[in-house]
Ligand binder design. Structure first.
Ligand code: TTP
Ligand code: MG
Length: 357
């Protein structure tokens, strides 16, 4: 199963400011040279409907959205990462074998959990698609197939908020009519080359012999296209590296500068972070507190500890100090609070070292 969060950065912005939901939203990477120089990171589906795409220059997007109520926002990576961490941790709880591939994408090997049944797989996907938006406010699209390649292609089928299941016996018929650009690894340049070969669909790619594909694309890519066109992929799902931070973020009942009210919420977040730490068997050496102020600016304060720990008491006292500091150094009310721990040591690993000595 491949889970891809829908228009992720832009959806995070909608979640933070629901009043923007029915407007075109464009999240931008400003290069800073002039006020408008830079590129579109992503956009919500309203903006996409009006022709805006990832990677497009900001001024082109502005032209396309002239005379609309479009909102252009700078990327706020810390905020998206905090939401992503929460979702990825929730997804991890559904399966034994999990692989996060990017900030908004993860593979779940659900063979074991479903006994190989596509019926159960669909039910599991539906459960995930109910749970994630309910707990995190973010929708996702899900693809299910006999391998990572098919799951990935299927996840793109019904975006946003879609679910597509492709059973092994349907793979060939499913792939055949798809445009070649739907195959992972086919970018603009490869697509042009394929066109020269009169290959428009994945079905037509499957008719090419391997020697010709190797001549055109080199041995490695040629082999990949040869197999991918047939839906063949035997890459295992595996956690590449443990995520190197755990974070939680939440909105306060009221915007405030009252330390007690703030710490009440932070305490809940700390407990949540701590239980994930224990579950994962890691200790942290760095603590960051995050505050989104009433004007929606994001402020962080961090501290590095002298020793790695997994203690909830340490986390609480450090968080308290950092929020006191943050309140001293800012004037506005706080709207959202967050906590992040990082710089992990693996306690499981430490234990094995002790066992060896
Ligand atoms: P994607 O999953 O490719 O795109 P998306 O989540 O915005 O939209 P959808 O999945 O509904 O098609 O990428 C995830 C995030 O990565 C995206 O929200 C923003 C960022 N990104 C860029 O910054 N630049 C890019 O060119 C792309 C494609 C994505
Ligand atoms: Mg996405």
């Amino acid at each position: 199963m491949l889970i891809d969060l829908d228009y992720f950065f832009a959806q995070c912005e909608e979640r933070r400011r629901p009043e923007l939901k029915d407007k075109p939203i464009v999240v931008c990477v400003y290069s800073g040279r002039t006020e408008e120089s830079g590129a579109v990171s992503t956009a919500n589906y309203i903006a996409r409907g009006l022709g805006v795409k990832s990677g497009m220059p900001i001024y082109v997007a502005k032209k396309k959205l002239q005379n609309t109520e479009a909102v252009f926002l700078p990327v706020d990576h810390d905020y998206y990462e905090a939401i992503s961490d929460r979702i990825m941790n929730a997804l991890r709880d559904f399966v034994n074998t999990f692989e996060q591939v990017s900030i908004d994408e993860a593979y779940l090997d659900i063979t074991e959990e479903t006994n190989g049944s596509y019926e159960s797989a669909k039910k599991l996907a539906e459960e995930i698609r109910r749970t994630i938006p309910k707990t995190t406010g973010i929708t996702c699209s899900v693809g299910i197939g006999p391998n990572k390649l098919i799951a990935k292609i299927a996840s793109d089928e019904n975006k946003p908020d879609g679910l597509t299941v492709v059973k092994p016996e349907d793979v060939e018929a499913y792939l055949k009519p798809l445009p070649i650009s739907r195959l992972p690894g086919v970018g603009k340049k490869t697509e042009e080359k394929m066109m020269q070969m009169k290959v428009m669909t994945i079905g037509e790619l499957a008719e090419q012999d391997i020697t010709r594909l190797r001549q055109f694309f080199g041995e490695k890519s040629g082999d990949y296209f040869y197999h991918a066109a047939r839906g063949i992929d035997d890459e295992a799902v595996h956690e590449k590296s443990e995520p190197n931070s755990i974070s939680r973020i939440a909105t306060l009942k009221l915007n405030t500068r009252e330390l007690n009210d703030i710490m009440e919420k932070v305490k809940q977040l700390n407990t949540d972070v701590h239980s994930t730490l224990v579950q994962r068997g890691v200790t942290f050496r760095s603590v960051t507190v995050i505050a989104v102020l009433s004007d929606l600016t994001v402020h962080t304060r961090s501290t590095a500890l002298e020793m790695s720990t997994s203690s909830l008491e340490v986390l609480e006292s450090v968080a308290l100090k950092l929020f006191e500091k943050l309140l001293r150094e800012s004037q506005k009310d706080i709207r959202r609070v967050g906590i992040k721990v990082s710089a992990f040591d693996n306690t499981k690993h430490q234990k094995t070292l002790i066992e060896f000595s």
